[in-house]
Write a protein that binds this ligand. Structure first.
Ligand code: LP5
Ligand code: MN
Length: 246
């Protein structure tokens, strides 16, 4: 059994090559008995589970169902772009939903999985926005609106986000080191795996006498790839040389 980790595929109609790559990945890479973990932003945006029948969404769910039928275990958490994907989506894809963060024992090492946006604590505008849209009240009001309205609103938000990002200092869009240390402390994890920042790397560190490692997964438009951990090699080597190209 191997554990495979991917995130930030940002699948959308505008990125047909990435959608094809995802289908190839799902058909060829995870073997029966493997566990796949999707750590958020599988989609560029998700307007609600009533949009499950869109052609792109059917392709993605079909690829997941086929992998599951071959004996691959599918685990998934939402990201900042597809946090409105809910239980209907998960059931359709045969995915088990994970909370963010999710702590578990991975081949003898306490491992923490998260999307990564919660570590960007210096991005105050984003964190305020996040608090608002993650509240159950906001979500039920938003999901009660017609699908076409929601898609229009999301389009406007994407444009605003891109324009704000273009003037935000790069440092605040990366993780805040003190937030990383605090989470390692609070959870007792030895290994952290996340995406979101699009800065793939392996970061080794020490907290007191404890060695810790933080893996950052790539964004698929820039560098399609996955992180693999198995029972014999419980840690991969430096990420850029070992990320498997698809
Ligand atoms: O994803 P990425 O890396 O490009 O950017 C994020 C932050 N941006 C976002 C927005 C998404 O990218 C686009 C929307 C996805 C669909 C969501 C669907 C449901 C919500 C619909 C709401 C209408 O998450 C970006 C961070 C960046 O990561 C790095 O961490 O900087 O944050 C922003 O740019 C957010 C702005 O700073 C603040 C935006 C405030 C908008 C308030 C008006 C919205 C009104 C409706 C909500 C109440
Ligand atoms: Mn993200």
């Amino acid at each position: 059994m191997r554990a495979l980790f991917i995130s930030d595929l940002h699948l959308s109609r505008e990125r047909p090559d990435t959608v094809r790559r995802f289908e190839q990945f799902m058909a060829r890479v995870p073997a029966p008995g493997d566990a796949l973990y999707v750590l958020g932003d599988l989609f560029d945006y998700w307007a609600g589970d009533d949009d499950l029948e869109a052609p792109l969404h059917r392709r993605v769910t079909d690829a997941c169902v086929a992998a599951h039928a071959r004996g691959v275990t599918l685990n998934w958490m939402v990201g900042n772009r597809d946090f409105l994907a809910g239980s209907k989506f998960a059931e359709r894809c045969r995915m088990t939903s994970l909370s963010d963060p999710h702590k578990f024992d991975l081949f003898g090492r306490a491992t923490l999985l998260l999307h990564g946006d919660t570590l960007c604590t210096g991005d105050l505008a984003y964190q305020a926005f996040r608090r608002q849209v993650r509240s159950p009240e906001w979500q039920s009001a938003f999901l009660a609106r017609p699908l076409a309205d929601r898609l229009d609103e999301i389009e406007a938000l994407r444009a605003r986000s891109e324009s704000e990002k273009s003037v935000k200092p790069a440092a605040i869009m990366d993780v805040e080191p003190t937030a990383v240390d605090a989470l390692f402390h609070a959870t007792g994890a030895e290994r952290m795996i996340h995406g979101h920042t699009h800065r793939p790397a392996r970061h080794d560190g020490n907290l007191g006498t404890r060695a810790v490692v933080r893996w950052v997964l790539p964004e698929w438009d820039q560098r399609p790839g996955y992180l693999r951990v198995d029972a014999t090699a419980t840690e991969l080597e430096y990420l850029p040389s070992t990320l498997q190209e698809i």
